[in-house]
Design a protein around this ligand. Structure first.
Ligand SMILES: Nc1ncnc2c1ncn2[C@@H]1O[C@H](COP(=O)(O)OP(=O)(O)O)[C@@H](O)[C@H]1O
Ligand SMILES: [Mg+2]
Length: 277
């Protein structure tokens, strides 16, 4: 496993320049960029405006956490950013490629080769060994099942000797580490994680978050993680807040306390708005 210290090292890093803080920077190398992304469910009076025009740039090699009250649009944001769901309006750029103009088969290929996913429920295939689970994205992408690469990513998550086991023989934390290894095996442009520690105890969650942090710091990965846990979000370089489908501020080099305080404010505001509506 990796040592501690990722968070401390990150805190010492230089703050991003002012131009990267707002809107869409042009000088920064972006992994993903959303411009005016709007998404509603249903029509007319019954329509739910899940995203109301999101502009967000995510620089390469950074760890971003997305937080917000329940129903604020976090999952919709992640699905739109990852090409799993099509926005009604706006653009989603992965590097220079616009996901909103791609056909479904192009999107499927792009997701398999250029994106990684980690979910709360691990989503490993129980009948496959750990190694075969890790190699699955390569197989699905029609690439050679590179066993050396599998060993490399399994070592990265501290499971070098576990390749022949089945998921059910591992603890929850180990299974999520396999899922991270699987998400990293293709060296994706972006790793998306939806509540990756939601099913884990505090100690195991810290291990998994440390791994994501390490993938960014040592591996150069770009991670975007949805979470409702201020401690989990504090592993990120930047936390962006969503409220009622709009961006509602951000924090750089966040502490759990600062994040928790912001969440309390957002929940109050959202509750007031709901009461007034
Ligand atoms: N498939 C859907 N059909 C209708 N409404 C949806 C659907 N998915 C999400 N919503 C609504 O969109 C809003 C945002 O949902 P979601 O993105 O899941 O928020 P979060 O992940 O922050 O809880 C909520 O009001 C939710 O009820
Ligand atoms: Mg959600």
């Amino acid at each position: 496993m990796f040592g501690r210290g990722g968070r401390e090292a990150r805190r010492a890093k230089r703050a991003p320049s002012e131009s990267t803080r707002h809107g869409a920077p042009t000088s920064v190398d972006c992994a993903v960029r959303l411009d005016g992304v709007t998404k509603s469910y249903g029509r007319g009076a019954a329509a739910v405006h899940a995203l109301r025009g999101i502009d967000l740039a995510i620089p390469r090699g950074t760890f971003t956490a997305v937080m917000g009250p329940s129903g604020s649009g976090k999952s919709t944001f992640l699905h739109c950013a990852a090409g799993l769901d099509a926005p009604d309006r706006g653009q989603v750029l992965l590097g220079t490629d616009d996901l909103t103009t791609m056909k479904e088969n192009e999107l499927t290929r792009l997701r398999r080769t250029r994106l990684g996913f980690v979910f709360q429920a691990f989503n490993l295939l129980p009948s496959l060994t750990v190694e075969k689970n890790v190699l699955l994205p390569l197989r699905l992408a029609g690439q050679r099942p590179d066993r050396r690469r599998a060993a490399e990513v399994l070592a990265m998550v501290g499971l070098d000797s576990q390749g022949r086991r089945r998921p059910a023989q591992l603890s929850g934390g180990q299974q999520q580490r396999v899922a991270i290894a699987r998400a990293l095996v293709t060296r994706p442009d972006v790793l998306f994680a939806d509540e990756p520690t939601g099913a884990l105890d505090t100690t195991t969650a810290a291990e998994v978050l440390g791994l994501l942090r390490r993938a960014v710091d040592a591996g150069g990965a770009t991670v975007v993680m949805v979470t409702h846990d201020p401690v989990a979000a504090s592993y990120a370089d930047r936390v962006v807040f969503l409220a009622a489908g709009s961006l509602a501020g951000e924090l750089y080099r966040p502490t759990p306390e600062a994040i928790a305080a912001r969440m309390v404010d957002l929940s109050r505001t959202t509750t007031r708005q709901e009461a007034a509506a």
